[in-house]
Ligand binder design. Structure first.
Ligand SMILES: Cc1cc2nc3c(=O)[nH]c(=O)nc-3n(C[C@H](O)[C@H](O)[C@H](O)COP(=O)(O)OP(=O)(O)OC[C@H]3O[C@@H](n4cnc5c(N)ncnc54)[C@H](O)[C@@H]3O)c2cc1C
Length: 637
């Protein structure tokens, strides 16, 4: 087939909204290109200096390349490359002063504002600056229009994970925002997908031929593997390790076993201790992608054991005979999910901080409430959120020890502006802080540099209906060798006026996960390479890969990418999960010597929040770190 007709067959010529006119590599800093990127996303004039005030400005409805979207990062990258100040214009003061300036409008930054107002009084003047076109940080909202209806989905932060384990502070905030987690037991339809299982897609590049095999985890492993394009030996190895209850670490105490598992990768555990042949590893390689953004070569066996029961059908085999006790096993179901994920948590925070910006007052009505972006940065409001504003410098006014205020400089609409504050909380990516505050002690900057985030992509595809999945009897697809290594129907949650598409003939959002990594390298290097890859990949390549993969996985069952795809949003998180320590590559730091602890020390009137500061890629960490950072602000008087 010619390339042209192949493109047509995949539907590359189909009209869906594509917002990829600015290729990452084509962007330059300082010129009109950067300042015009955001207005153009909303179809506005390049000269529009306050695009948020325009009626057409509504980021959740944008499709195409989102997440770390075009226009959000060139300023940061030029700071990193030490080129920003070469061509920077003279800063202009806005003349504004605040009690607190928060850098970063993710859950941590929004929570910092919330806690500061709580401690500092309702009149506290707070400015939140964020370099993206929408608030929420990773907790973003995706909207689609498909089949004449609204489909909601999440751009990043997916669910309130294990809320029973949240700290008192995080639980308190969730409750004060009006979230009753018990409600999800009813809102989340735990029966809808009960009869739908998991399939594995074996791709020809990795396994020699394309084949979708259903019944993973529901049929016996022997039955399931009989249909897989794997050699007899590989099938036997996989079946054996799932079936046998052998102590692969005989003669060691529980403590010694845990220590051993912590120092070897899961891949090594499978081959060296469970005695699987190396040819079996590609089947397991991506089991860890969702949680850790790298494969089983770079995740310790202990970590796999401790997170092992989360995945239903794809549990990590090899631990049943070790008698390690059942520490780390989670008991709560994974159902605490708003239709737009934790974007609702961010939206509830914004509603609390700036009531005029989002109508309503319950966890139900937040789901369909439309945010009014024109009200976020309103001079009449004590609390303001200024989007599309990349902070480039944060400095104490005078020596850190005696400073009574801070000055913050940021780029907005191509202009360098400054604001003054009594204090500043940095709730932004921690590894960027050394570029914003070069005056920090060297040891602290070095520690912050180590907090390398993991890149990942949450792709959402609006499809015409989900009858192919119904016919195949599947809800999830694991695709260990494919571009996206996991695909799943959206979470079945109906809340407020939002109704989940519960009938197979209704349009649906399909989730697809990609975590670009380079097996064999240390985690930080894999993360850096993955990030570089993401920044170089235009939307058209993502789209072609998505269409091609869906055709190969589901085409035989009737899915037609040219007809069945109604919209695509690629949430590209080049800076995704917060770094968390990996026993395979990191030393055992003494308490207080961990890089995230050294990194988050207050510096004069500047304090540091973000989930990075807790070395934990979870919403509760973002909240807890916000609380601590605000306590430090309050303590400094
Ligand atoms: C894809 C994905 C899925 C996740 N799923 C879950 C989940 O299901 N459950 C869960 O509990 N956690 C999840 N997490 C982790 C969770 O999202 C985070 O722990 C939490 O939301 C992070 O919030 P934050 O405010 O600390 O950081 P962020 O959300 O990263 O917010 C920081 C903000 O600061 C901005 N910023 C950075 N530098 C500057 C600058 N110089 N100037 C201005 N602004 C700046 C950033 O652009 C960003 O908007 C997920 C993370 C990702 C990436």
């Amino acid at each position: 087939m010619s390339e042209k007709s192949q493109e047509r067959e995949l539907g590359m010529n189909r009209k869906i909204t594509r917002r990829d006119f600015l290729d990452g590599t084509a962007l330059a800093v300082g010129g009109a290109v950067v300042s015009s990127a955001v207005p153009r996303l909303f179809g506005l004039s390049q000269l529009d200096s306050a695009p948020e005030k325009n009626r057409t400005y509504y980021p959740p409805a944008l499709t195409g390349l989102r997440g770390n979207h075009e226009g959000s990062y060139p300023v940061a990258h030029s700071l990193r490359d030490h080129t920003f100040w070469d061509s920077a214009a003279k800063p202009e003061s806005t003349g504004e002063t605040y009690d607190l300036i928060v850098v970063g409008g993710g859950i941590s930054g929004l929570a910092a504002a919330y806690f500061f107002r709580k401690h500092g009084g309702v009149d506290a003047r707070i400015l939140i600056l964020d370099n993206h076109d929408d608030f929420g940080g990773h907790a973003k909202r995706n909207e689609f229009r498909a089949g004449g209806r609204l489909l909601l989905s999440y751009g990043g932060t997916q669910s309130i994970d294990t809320p029973s384990q949240y700290s008192k502070v995080a639980k308190g905030l969730i409750t004060e925002l009006g979230i009753d987690t018990q409600r999800f037991y009813k809102a989340y339809d735990q029966e809808l997908y009960e009869k739908l299982g998991t399939a594995c897609f074996f791709d020809k590049e990795t396994f020699g031929e394309d084949r979708l095999v259903t019944g993973m985890g529901s049929r016996s492993w022997g039955e399931f593997l009989k249909d897989a394009p794997l050699t007899e030996k590989v099938r036997h190895d996989i079946e054996r390790v799932y079936a046998e209850k052998v102590d692969y670490l005989p003669g060691l105490s529980r403590e010694q076993k845990r220590a051993k598992l912590a120092e070897i990768s899961y891949a090594d555990y499978l081959t060296k201790f469970c005695k699987l042949g190396p040819d079996a590893l590609p089947f397991f390689q991506s089991y860890t992608h969702d949680e850790f953004c790298v494969g089983i070569d770079a995740v310790s066996a202990l970590t796999c054991y401790e997170t092992g029961d989360d995945y239903g059908s794809f549990t990590y085999p090899g631990f049943d005979g070790l008698d390690l006790g059942d520490e780390g096993k989670k008991e709560e179901p994974y159902i605490f999910h708003f239709p737009d994920g934790n974007a609702s948590v961010a939206r509830l925070l914004v509603r609390s901080l700036i009531p005029a910006a989002i109508p309503g007052d319950t966890m139900d009505d937040i789901v369909t409430a439309r945010a009014d972006y024109a009200r976020l940065d309103d001079a009449k409001s004590a609390i303001r959120i200024r989007l599309n504003s990349a902070v480039v410098k944060v400095a104490n006014d005078g020596p850190a020890k005696s400073a009574k205020g801070v000055t913050v400089a940021y780029m907005r609409g191509g202009k360098l502006q400054t604001v003054r504050g009594k204090s500043c909380t940095l709730a932004c990516y921690n590894m960027m802080i050394p570029y914003l505050c070069p005056e920090l002690p060297e040891k602290q900057k070095e520690a912050l540099h180590q907090l390398v985030k993991s890149p990942l992509v949450y792709t959402h595809v609006a499809i015409r209906n989900w009858s192919t999945f119904q016919r195949l009897g599947i809800q999830h697809i694991i695709a260990p060798g494919s571009y996206h290594t996991y695909a799943a129907l959206d979470f079945p949650v109906s809340l407020g006026e939002y109704r989940f598409p519960s009938k197979p003939e209704e349009p649906m959002v399909l989730f697809m996960l990609r975590t670009p990594c380079s097996p064999g390298l240390p985690q930080r290097d894999q993360n850096r390479m993955g990030r570089a890859e993401l920044m170089e990949t235009p939307f058209s390549s993502f789209e072609r890969n998505i269409r091609d993969q869906l055709a190969r996985m589901l085409g035989a069952a009737g899915f037609d990418p040219a007809q069945d795809i109604e919209g695509i949003t690629v949430n590209r998180w080049a800076h995704g999960y917060a770094y968390s320590p990996n026993p395979l590559f990191d030393p055992q730091w003494r308490k207080g010597e961990e890089p995230w602890v050294i990194g988050r020390q207050p510096f004069g009137r500047i304090t540091i929040a973000n989930s990075d500061a807790g070395a934990s890629a979870y919403t509760d960490a973002a909240i807890d770190q916000a609380y601590r950072a605000v306590e430090e602000v309050m303590a400094s008087g």
